[in-house]
Write a protein that binds this ligand. Structure first.
Ligand code: G3I
Length: 344
């Protein structure tokens, strides 16, 4: 049988998987998680929209259940995510904007209170937090994403969030997390953001690379460059949400789902070819991760191919992006990464 990933890579980095309580407890997925993972990320239940019901009112129970499950099984938890435009509940922004100074003070106080309360609640139970998620602009027309947070506060919202998190838990590691960090242009903007934080004395410990990729992109060299840029700033690297889509959709697929490639059919030659390419992609990237001592945690965004966000996004279409198949058996990708040469 396959070696336990957490043991195999023990001298290198933690092995994480994303799940919520339900998926973590599915029979097949649970066995995989308990055997292979020593880190768990909440796929949804630790985000602000599920937790922050209204000002000062929190729904901690689903996250508490997940953490109790993890702790009972000797698995550490990555906190994800305190500030993300997609899951920032609308009540944070409620209020009269006639007096913008007063309005901004109100929203800032809500943000800081939310972070203080949530980080305090989970203090000692998570080893790190994604404090700010996806703040970088995708195109070159600016540095920051044009989110409600950025429109109101400019880059200051990032500083408010990190300072509040650090004040609430001096020991937890604080991350800024984003996707497409392998793209040199986007990464340049992210590094501008990170350098600004360092210059202002904002307490950032590391960069999270989501790593939602496909069988043909990015190259090992591109990922290596991303890790090196973070190391050059003296920060830690985490791979936070890795999956390898079997589709090489055109770039417009995300904006225009009708252009997405048609679903592969299991058992066909095209499907088998894609699975082989996937195994090689996982293999070349795990070789890069293992070669960089700055990489302290590698998480896949899910446990088995039975439950993956890519089955429904950007179109409803089966995808098989993880290391374990829909029956929770190891795939070629799993066998491809347990190469003794990676862990001398
Ligand atoms: O829990 C509710 C349930 O009570 C309700 O009946 C159901 C009906 O819609 O919704 C459930 O919540 C959904 C949740 O997933 C759990 O399934 C939310 O609507 C849905 O928005 C949520 O989607 C997650 C998404 O982030 C937004 O939080 C995806 O599973 C998750 O994979 C995705 O993960 C993100 C990372 O956090 C950041 N990077 C990108 C990545 C993929 O989008």
């Amino acid at each position: 049988s396959a070696p336990a990933l957490k043991t195999f890579f023990a001298g290198k980095f933690k092995i994480g998987m994303a799940a919520d309580f339900g998926t973590a407890n599915e029979a097949g997925a649970k066995a995989v998680l308990l055997k292979h993972a020593n880190s768990l990320t909440a796929e949804s239940v630790m985000k602000a929209s599920p937790i922050g019901v209204s000002a000062g009112v929190y729904n901690f129970a689903p996250a508490d259940d997940l953490i109790a499950f993890a702790q009972a099984n000797g698995i550490e938890v990555r906190g994800h995510a305190l500030v993300w435009h997609q899951t920032s509940p609308s009540w944070l922004f409620d209020g009269d904007r006639t007096d913008m100074t007063a309005y901004k003070a109100l929203v800032r106080a809500r943000l800081e209170t939310y972070i203080t309360d949530v980080v305090t609640h989970f203090k000692g139970k998570v080893y790190c937090w994604d404090v700010v998620n996806e703040a970088t602009r995708d195109d070159a027309s600016g540095t920051y994403r044009d989110s409600e947070w950025y429109r109101l506060f400019g880059s200051d919202f990032i500083d408010y969030a990190f300072h509040a998190a650090r004040a609430a838990d001096p020991a937890v590691q604080l991350f800024i997390n984003d996707y497409s960090t392998e793209d040199a242009g986007k990464r340049g903007r992210l590094m501008t953001i990170v350098q600004g934080m360092i210059d202002r004395g904002v307490p950032v410990d590391g960069v999270g690379h989501q790593m939602h990729i496909s069988i043909s992109y990015p190259s090992a060299a591109q990922v290596e460059a991303a890790l090196a840029d973070v190391e050059a700033k003296g920060l830690i690297n985490h791979i936070t949400e890795m999956d390898v889509s079997l589709y090489n959709d055109p770039g417009s697929c995300f904006g225009t789902p009708s252009t997405c490639l048609a679903a592969l059919a299991p058992g066909t030659g095209a499907y088998n070819t894609a699975l082989q390419a996937q195994a090689l992609k996982y293999r070349e990237l795990f070789a890069v991760f293992a070669a960089h001592a700055s990489v302290k945690s590698v998480t896949t965004w899910g446990i088995t191919d039975k439950s993956t966000w890519l089955n429904t996004y950007p179109v409803t279409r089966a995808n098989w992006p993880l290391l374990f198949d829909t029956s929770a058996n190891p795939k070629s990708a799993l066998w491809a990464i347990v190469d003794p040469a990676f862990v001398p």
